[in-house]
Design a protein around this ligand. Structure first.
Ligand code: TA6
Length: 309
């Protein structure tokens, strides 16, 4: 079973405007509200791909109730811990030139007893999960080593832990050797404390992280594709050109695709192609953290995965 963790869930509000000018009144042409936060984007995409997902984390207030209704619609098992605080909103403003501006609220404060109650849920899910995916920022009240402590418990049970976060939470999570991470160039620089301006820099950084015990590492290069390291081999991906409608959630869709690929026993080159196709298919949709399987299949045919070493 695949379990997703979203500690800092959000209602992702997508505003489509003609043009976005600071300091002016803006009439919004189109609004879309989705169950968001990285982990819930992963949850939705993995569900569309045909997996039965258990989703956990924290939800509270009217926003939390909205998300619980969406979980029912997605046929996802809801194992979220109810909190007193209000689940946040995250705003993505898109204009007709394709520019995107995001406003990410910090989210609610998590009380100590709420986290303790959630740990009981986590312990129960450890016995049922083959893959755990934790994505996104940590809300106030959670220690920066929270992901690290969860990874430690998962590793003891041979569970593959996929971690997609940033900042101090990523740095401390890495110390506990998650199975998979997907740092972007800035996060990679934070981890290795070395420049990564060239492909050779990125290859060296990935090999260093594998040496530190992380088995699967993908460095996203945005539209330029990605470089992945697995079992002492590295692969680069050349993506087909597609019309981009909304790139928000593409990283989350990639993570969902990679986890589903490993659950289905794909070999590494198929897994990289499948995950990359999911990330690209998401960007082809106006909705955030969404894709269609026909698009994934179509893109799979046009993706090139090349071994580097
Ligand atoms: O990756 C896109 C996204 O999931 C948005 O949907 C928005 O919810 C944001 O990231 C949340 O990021 P955070 O790092 O705060 O969890």
């Amino acid at each position: 079973m695949i379990t997703t963790i979203t500690f800092n869930a959000a209602i992702d509000k997508r505003y489509y405007v003609k043009s976005f000018t600071k300091g002016e009144v803006q009439r919004v042409i189109e609004v879309e509200n989705t169950a968001g936060g990285k982990g819930l984007n992963v949850t939705r995409v993995a569900s569309i791909l045909g997996e039965k997902i258990t989703a956990t984390g924290f939800l509270g207030g009217a926003n939390g109730s909205f998300i619980r209704k969406k979980l029912i619609e997605m046929d996802v098992i809801d194992k979220f811990q109810e909190i007193k605080g209000e689940t946040r909103n995250c705003l993505a403003i898109m204009d007709e030139d394709g520019n995107q501006t995001e406003f990410l609220e910090p989210g609610p404060h998590i009380e100590e007893d709420e986290f303790e109650n959630w740990l009981d849920i986590y312990k129960e899910l450890l016995d049922k999960s083959s893959i755990i995916i934790a994505s996104g920022s940590l809300p106030n009240g959670l220690k920066t080593n929270t992901y690290g402590s969860l990874i430690k418990e998962a590793r003891k049970r041979g569970i593959k832990f996929f971690l997609d976060t940033s900042g101090e939470a990523l740095l401390q999570g890495i110390d506990e050797k998650p199975f998979f991470i997907k740092p972007n160039a800035d996060e990679l620089k934070l981890i290795t404390k070395k420049a990564n301006n060239t492909k050779a820099d990125i290859v060296a950084a990935i090999l260093e992280l594998q040496h530190r015990g992380i088995e699967l590492i993908t460095v996203s290069l945005g539209a330029g594709g990605s470089i992945t390291g697995y079992k002492d081999k590295l692969y680069e991906v050349v993506l087909p050109k597609v019309e981009i409608l909304n790139p928000v959630g593409s990283g989350d869709s990639f993570v969902a695709g990679m986890a589903v690929a490993f659950k289905r026993g794909m070999d590494i080159e198929q897994a990289i192609a499948f995950a990359s196709a999911c990330g690209t298919a998401n960007a082809m949709e106006k909705s955030t953290g969404y894709l269609t399987t026909p698009n994934v299949e179509l893109i799979m045919k046009n993706i090139v995965v090349k071994p580097i070493i």
